[in-house]
Every structure is written in C-alpha cells, then in structure tokens.
Design a protein around this ligand. Structure first.
Ligand SMILES: [Zn+2]
Length: 428
C-alpha cells in the first residue's frame, strides 16, 4: 500500500518511437552538434578530448553532427582533427556516418563496400556512409552498452513501455534488447518494429509491432519497392510504420497506401512536413501520426532557417491534425530527440524554438492533451489514453502533486514512483 497523499496516479507513460540501443550508445558518445558543439574548433576539442582518454586504436564515436558545425564532413576533415584513433561521427538524422581514414581501415570499408558508401572521383571512399548500420555492425567493435541504465532513466520519467522503431534487419541486431528485456535489466515493455525481413519471432521477450519502412529523406525509393515493403508486411499480418520526413516521402507513402489499403495500427513516423492538402488523405486512410514535439524545442531555429519556405507552414503538425480527427502518438525519437516525456509535453504546449520563437501557433495543444498522447496503447499510438481500472496490468506512474499542478509546469521531477508489470522500477 502506497499513500499517494492526494497526488495523481497515471497509467505508465509510453514513448511510441525510440531507439534504445542507439540511446545507450549515445550515452558513451561525443556530442558533435548543436547546442554543445557549434564550430570546427569546438568539434576538434571534443573529439581530441575523447581520443586522449582512450588507448591507441580504440574507437571514438561522435553523434548529433549537423552541417552548421563544419559543412559536409568527410574523412579528410576528420583526419585533420583526430588521425590516430578510428573516429566515426553520426549525422543527427541518425541515417548516416562519416568515418576518418583510420576508421575506414579498421572497419575494412573498401571498393567492395555496398551502396550507401560514397566514393570520390578517384574511386576512394569519402568516409560518408549512408543507411549502412546493419552492414557496419558486423564490422565494428560492439562496445559495452548499458541498457539497465537506460531502463532506469526511462523509469525515472514514469515510462513503462516503448516502441523501438529501429529498422532491425537480423535477429542478431535485436539480441541485446531481447536479453535486456528477458532478464529484467531494461524493466519496461518493449515493442519493436523491425525491417520487413526480420524473422519472426525476433526474440521471445520482444513484442512485434508494425513493420518499419524507411522512405529515405535523400533519394526516394521507387513506388514498386516501397509497395513491396507494404505487401511483405501484410503477408505477415502486420501493420506498417512508415518513416516520412519530407513532403515527397509522404506523397509517395500515401500513394502506396491508397494502392495497398490501410489496416489498424498503420502509422506515419515523424510526419515532419504534412502539407495541408494531404491531411484529408491521412484521415481517409485512418493513419496515425507518431510525432516528436521535442524536436521543435531543440531544433526549431534550424528548421526556420533551413527548411524550404513552402514547407515551413506545415512543420511538425499536431493540433491541426487532432482537429481533423487524426490520431497522434507522442514520442522522443531519442537519442535524436529528448527522451524526457515531460519535456515533450512542455514542448507540445509551447512550440517554442531555442531562441524563443513560436513555431506553428495552431499546432499547440493543452498539457492534458499532450499527456494523453503519451498514454495511448503501444499498438494504437493514436488511440484513446489508457485508464487505470481493476484488472489492468500495474503499469503506473505516481506523481508527487495533483495532476493539475503537474500539468501547469510539466517536469520529470514530479514523478515519484514508477511501477512496470507490477514491479517498482523507480522510487524517488
Ligand atoms: Zn527514429
């Protein structure tokens, strides 16, 4: 028996799109982009400091790179910063890496490297590798990742369930996650998406959600190849979760949806640009949108500067979609967005960029609505918030204040106790 003292008891929060292994890796990585790093000099300092603390030959892993730091990075720029350690720096989109020369050598990236490896005019790799995470994983040292620490971090936010939206391709890719759920180290419920080819079952402890299909931000797939992904998912009796960040990607995805048809659980991941004229299509197809309000708070000024003027009025829609009856699920996309769901709630309410500008006034929602978008079931992110009732599993988040007070100033510090699957996972 826990005396809550009049404070609010909520269903445990759900993060509908996260990357657990990447988040664990990011915790032992060097930030290489804003806000921590905003110049070549700062990038050099950060990477050299990390290299100095490591024995010769050990990898340095950078994350969060953005072109505003030093333009289009390549191996030669990185070599000038750190040459005596293999260095790899991830673009903040999460879709590509830049390797220095030592890293290319250590990972044996050569002429036979697959598509996604960029070569210069002399047939030499530039160090840029896009969409090759699965291929690279087998060539990289595993390193120690601490999923128990990630589980503890999530529990302290009141989170009891997540969807890992990584497009895992093999059972080996998901094995560490499976083990961390099975032995209780992670301590939250995990549904994974996975690529169309991921064998079923991927692991005994992981629930399978929709199939993740990535419509690349750069270089769209053909209609037929995207359609093949949809039909493979349908053959397996599964919904699809389609990564669509750009206007073109969404148009293509919707064209395939109109052709193949939609099923319950289908969703657009991100929907960073949803032109107003496509909202009716989303509604007609009954698609949910899994969005990341924290990205507006973190990167809003970059969007205002870099996104094409035509797309700017349609960025990271939320309120306008809810008005049209479209289901929305909130998520972090951590490590690319902020894993703290209370930060997400505040960001959705304020829509304020780092410089304090307002991005999308019509997209603001109330704190209550924002919270509810984190309480929907994992298999129905746009659906109704879960309720606490006799007989439901004890996935609970106890606050230290009444709900109205927590919603006035959303903050993870109000999370007092988190119970997942009947076990106390966090107790302040
Ligand atoms: Zn993601």
């Amino acid at each position: 028996v826990i005396d809550a003292g009049g404070a609010a008891l909520l269903p445990g929060l759900h993060d509908h799109h996260i990357h657990l292994l990447a988040l664990a890796a990011a915790r032992r990585s060097v930030p290489c982009g804003p806000p921590e790093v905003t110049s070549v000099a700062a990038l050099a300092t950060a990477l050299r400091a990390a290299a100095q603390t490591r024995p010769a030959g050990e990898w340095v892993r950078g994350v969060g790179y953005h072109e505003s730091v030093a333009g289009d990075l390549d191996r030669y720029t990185l070599d000038a910063l750190v040459a005596d350690h293999p260095v790899r720096v991830q673009h903040r989109s999460g879709h590509g890496w830049v390797f220095n020369t030592a890293a290319l050598k250590a990972a044996a990236v050569g002429e036979d490297a697959p598509e996604g490896t960029e070569f210069d005019g002399r047939g030499q790799p530039t160090g840029r590798l896009w969409g090759l995470d699965s291929w690279l994983r087998a060539r990289m040292p595993g390193g120690s990742i601490d999923l128990a620490a990630i589980g503890a971090e999530l529990a302290a936010f009141g989170i009891t369930g997540v969807t890992d939206a990584t497009p895992f391709e093999t059972a080996a890719d998901v094995a560490p996650l499976d083990a961390a759920v099975a032995d209780g180290a992670l301590g939250v419920h995990v549904t994974i998406t996975g690529a169309p080819d991921l064998a079923r079952p991927a692991g005994p402890s992981l629930r399978r959600g929709p199939v993740k299909l990535v419509v690349a931000d750069h270089g769209l797939p053909s209609f037929d190849s995207l359609r093949a992904g949809f039909t493979a998912a349908r053959r397996a009796g599964r919904a699809v979760a389609v990564h669509a960040v750009t206007r073109e990607a969404l148009v293509l995805a919707l064209a395939v949806w109109h052709d193949v048809g939609s099923v319950h659980g289908d969703r657009v991941e991100h929907g960073a640009v949803i032109p107003v004229e496509l909202i009716a299509d989303l509604a007609e197809l009954g698609l949910a949108v899994v969005t990341q309000p924290s990205l507006v708070a973190r990167r809003g000024d970059d969007y205002r500067r870099d996104v094409e003027a035509d797309d700017r009025p349609h960025l990271w829609r939320c309120g306008s979609l809810l008005t049209e009856g479209i289901g929305i699920g909130f998520s972090s996309d951590a490590p690319f967005g902020d894993p703290d769901p209370w930060f997400t709630i505040a960001a959705a309410v304020q829509r304020s960029t780092p410089s304090g500008a307002l991005l999308g006034a019509a997209e603001r929602v109330s704190a209550q609505t924002a919270l509810e978008r984190l309480l929907s079931p994992l298999d129905d992110p746009g659906g109704r918030p879960r309720r606490i009732a006799t007989g439901v599993p004890a996935d609970l988040c106890l606050l230290d204040v009444p709900l109205a007070e927590a919603l006035r100033s959303p903050d993870a510090r109000h999370v007092r106790t988190t119970i997942a699957g009947g076990a106390i996972r966090f107790d302040r």
